[in-house]
Write a protein that binds this ligand. Structure first.
Ligand SMILES: [Zn+2]
Ligand SMILES: [Zn+2]
Length: 138
């Protein structure tokens, strides 16, 4: 492995470690800000390219929610997301407690003849903190 490849690998490892630390579904810029504390000379472009690479290899998830910037998630367990329309935060929704999802797979299979492998299902709403803020603001 040459110097350049070694540096790239090191960068990718740090990016993955930083993403695994948080459950906030950060944007590339958020990840760049935390990676920069460990690798001060890294560029946003490098962070972005490495994130895309990790996502294309199935190491992380890329979240393209209806609105807002692309976000990233190192949690590969089967789950979906809910986004607050007021503050933009993104939280996890575990799917294993939603038997209706598998029922939905059956319906889709019957309707289309496909073997259903998964679905991209994103929820949106108002998060508890924003609900509280709305209440206290009258
Ligand atoms: Zn909110
Ligand atoms: Zn998630």
């Amino acid at each position: 492995m040459n110097d350049r490849q070694q540096r790239m690998t090191r960068q990718r490892v740090v990016i993955l470690e930083e993403l695994k630390k948080v459950s906030s579904h950060p944007t590339a810029y958020d990840i760049y800000e935390s990676v920069r504390l460990r690798l001060p000379r890294i560029s946003l472009g490098t962070v972005y390219r490495n994130l895309e690479h990790l996502a294309s290899r199935g190491h992380i998830r890329r979240l393209d929610l209806a609105q807002g910037q692309r976000r990233f998630d190192a949690d590969m367990n089967d789950h979906t997301h809910i986004r607050c329309i007021s503050c933009g935060r993104v939280d996890d929704v575990p799917l294993n407690q939603s038997p209706s999802i598998t029922t939905m797979y059956d319906v889709v299979r019957k309707q289309t003849g496909y073997e259903v492998m998964g679905c991209e299902l994103d929820f949106h709403g108002v998060c508890p903190a924003c609900r509280l803020r709305n209440v206290t603001n009258g």
